[in-house]
Design a protein around this ligand. Sequence first.
Ligand code: NAD
Ligand code: UDP
Length: 308
Amino acid sequence: MKRILITGGAGFIGSHLSERLLNEGNDIICLDNFYTGSKDNIRHLIGNNRFELVRHDVINEYNIEIDEIYNLACPASPVHYQYNPVKTMKTSVMGIINMLELAKRCNAKILQASTSEVYGDPKIHPQTEEYWGNVNPIGLRSCYDEGKRAAETLMIDYRRQNNVNIRIARIFNTYGPKMALNDGRVVSNFIIQALKNEPITVYGTGSQTRAFCYVSDIVDALIKLMNSSYSLPVNLGNPDEHSILDFAKYIIELTNSKSEIIFKELPMDDPMQREPDISLAKSILNWEPKVSLKEGLLNTIKYFEERI
Ligand code: NAD
Ligand code: UDP
């Protein structure tokens, strides 16, 4: 049994991770400022005497005795992270410094939830960990992309300078139940629009691509990565790539919706192609995603149906 701190534990991925690690017999400290997360996501865990919920902002220091830290605190949807870009950068940079200081003091292992956004609008496809990326430092997505890149730098430098035991997960688009209904990401937007028979809003021509991974697969991978001894970045995601237009049509089909597709302006710096190369994760973690897009989307549609 370990004492595990999960920052952003009341968020979409964090709440699934909290539940899983709690069920495995660990003590969980779930830390969140509820900026995009919700108590509803972890309400069923409150009352378990191995689960503690702490309202705290990671930009401020936090002290505790701990064995492992999963640092997930950061808004992840473009709508949310662009709402207060200065705060987003502070959360990534000051948050990881505070968590790395904690890891250093307690001799704890620390995993950073990094992102495919470190590759920006990639010029190589699919993306491998060796690729340095193509990121605009002054665009609307920069607060998130550059914040996450700086956090990776801090992780590596705390290892080089202080021998902190680090793990870096480059997570690609993840979806599933407990995504916030209002988060503006493509999966939640399309499903809600389809269920309400409202127009499906495809940005640009819809030729841009994404590859979607179901949340239980990502949670498996995060835990495997933490338990491994690999301290360089690892891509985690599902390589099943689709154009956004095809994705819209698939959601209409799965929901039997009467929605039409409408086209809106493509947001600034929207990456045109994204697909993880997961060869490294396969070889060092013996992991690959198990849940098909159809199965994952049907679970997610059911969740949203119950909510709206
Ligand atoms: P989310 O917005 O649902 O969860 C983020 C959580 O962090 C929320 O509970 C929020 O309230 C909390 N938080 C935000 N700022 C905070 C702060 N300053 N102090 C304390 N808590 C704070 O997003 P998610 O999709 O669950 O993403 C979790 C992590 O995984 C994020 O770090 C994100 O960057 C990363 N990630 C997610 C995806 C994805 O597709 N979901 C892809 C790549 C990386
Ligand atoms: N997108 C879209 N319609 C929407 C929301 C998003 O066409 O209502 C597109 C968006 O422009 C991007 C892709 O879907 O190309 C994925 O967007 P999301 O915000 O989910 O995540 P990203 O991978 O861009 O961070």
